[in-house]
Design a protein around this ligand. Sequence first.
Ligand code: FES
Ligand code: FES
Length: 152
Amino acid sequence: PSTRVSLVVNGRRLTVVVDNRTSLLDLLREHLGLTGSKKGCNAGACGACTVLVDGRRVNSCLTLAVRLEGAEVTTIEGLAKGERLHPLQQAFIDQDAFQCGFCTPGQIMSGVGCLKEGRTGSAEEIREWMSGNLCRCGCYVKIVRAVEQAAR
Ligand code: FES
Ligand code: FES
């Protein structure tokens, strides 16, 4: 069965008809062409698919699209304001906080969540609240520095 869902994605209001089993991640990547959010594990273990739903971090691979009636979704594609990067995007560049970049959209969205939640008081706190986001390249030290920079 399919369901009609109206939601806002990166400020754009849209209505989609999705199979009831469709995850938010597949809605974004397969239906809307927003491929910034990455499918790492598709099982809630890596954080590569992290987006904000109504300002809160979620693993979009574990979120059913049909649950999102009326929700506001923000993905990595919606962070910059025109040419102006979000301060955390700029911080990732300044701190050289990525290698292959696969985990980066999820890291940045999770970091934005940390900033909103006020979980950036210390490197330890950032590490703890970003612990759901894995980086196979091992960029953790620089990722924490980037979040610290954006929090200043
Ligand atoms: Fe969603 Fe890994 S793809 S947590
Ligand atoms: Fe390669 Fe994180 S930069 S997985």
